[in-house]
Design a protein around this ligand. Structure first.
Ligand SMILES: C[S@@+](CC[C@H](N)C(=O)[O-])C[C@H]1O[C@@H](n2cnc3c(N)ncnc32)[C@H](O)[C@@H]1O
Length: 254
């Protein structure tokens, strides 16, 4: 009898579901030290505007009678965590959590120069199995992280579990560009320029080949919104940025 193993995609490749995380971890291990520089180069700095827009949508409080706790999952080098704390003028308590210790190491180093370094904690964790108590966070954010997680639905279920009632999830992710005219230019840029740029900056084109391919495999906004609904989130909505290059999803645990 032949055993059938569950498969998924790693970029354009089909891989066993249990192998994907190791492959993803290697990608981010390889690029960790150059990750922030590459983000600026690849997006020509625009990722900063999308991240600012995400944090503006969250609008974290600047004061209150109890702590405002945020889990920034797949938080990598801490861009979102820093922005949330700054937007709250140091009031928010943020855990930047990621499965990759190298990304967190770079983040912790960067945090030494931040305005409110004491308000951000870095903690290694897998989005699929969070080591946090149920009903413990006011907000859960994840930027450009969810498409890398092998079992996306499991991660969304976990996000719902750890949020308090009344808590909010925000997911920022790349999407398929389908604006006539712009889609061809964007495809050309993604396929022809980003991997070679990755080779020059990080010494390896492969991780950036994976980044491009993984964007193409990510569910479209309607499908992903349905997954948020399946996890229990309500009032799910999304907005697109820069000709649909990125999409911000929002949902509430009611
Ligand atoms: C493209 S980076 C995004 C980093 C950061 N949020 C940002 O916007 O710059 C994706 C991150 O997802 C993390 N990641 C991948 N799989 C994960 C998982 N199962 N659990 C937690 N983090 C994961 C990677 O280690 C990586 O740091």
């Amino acid at each position: 009898m032949t055993e059938t193993r569950e498969t998924t995609h790693f970029g354009e490749q089909t891989v066993a579901l249990e192998d994907k995380q190791g492959l993803v971890d290697k990608v981010f291990h390889d690029v960790a030290d150059r990750y922030d520089l590459m983000n600026d180069l690849m997006s020509m700095g625009v990722h900063r505007l999308w991240k600012d827009a995400m944090v503006a949508e969250l609008a974290p409080p600047k004061a209150g009678s109890r702590p405002y706790k945020v889990l920034d999952m797949a938080g990598g080098t801490g861009d979102i965590g820093e922005r949330i704390v700054n937007a709250s003028l140091g009031y928010a308590d943020v855990i930047v959590s990621d499965i990759n210790a190298d990304m967190l190491r770079v983040g912790a180093e960067r945090a030494k120069g931040w305005r409110y370094p004491g308000q951000v904690r870095f903690q290694e964790a897998n989005a699929e199995e969070l080591p946090f108590e149920s009903n413990s966070f006011d907000a859960y954010t994840i930027a450009f992280g969810i498409r890398n997680v092998p079992r996306i639905q499991k991660a969304l279920d976990e996000a719902h579990r750890v949020l308090k009632r009344g808590g909010r999830i925000l997911v920022l992710e790349f999407s398929q560009v389908d604006v006539p005219g712009f889609d061809a230019v964007y495809s050309l840029y993604s396929d022809q320029l980003i991997p070679p740029m990755g080779r020059v900056v990080t010494g390896d084109a492969q991780p950036y080949q994976y980044f491009i391919e993984s964007i193409r495999k990510f569910p479209d906004p309607a499908e992903f919104s349905a997954m948020l609904g399946q996890a229990g989130f309500r009032r799910v909505k999304h907005q697109s940025f820069t000709g649909n290059i990125a999409t911000l999803f929002s949902g509430w645990k009611l």
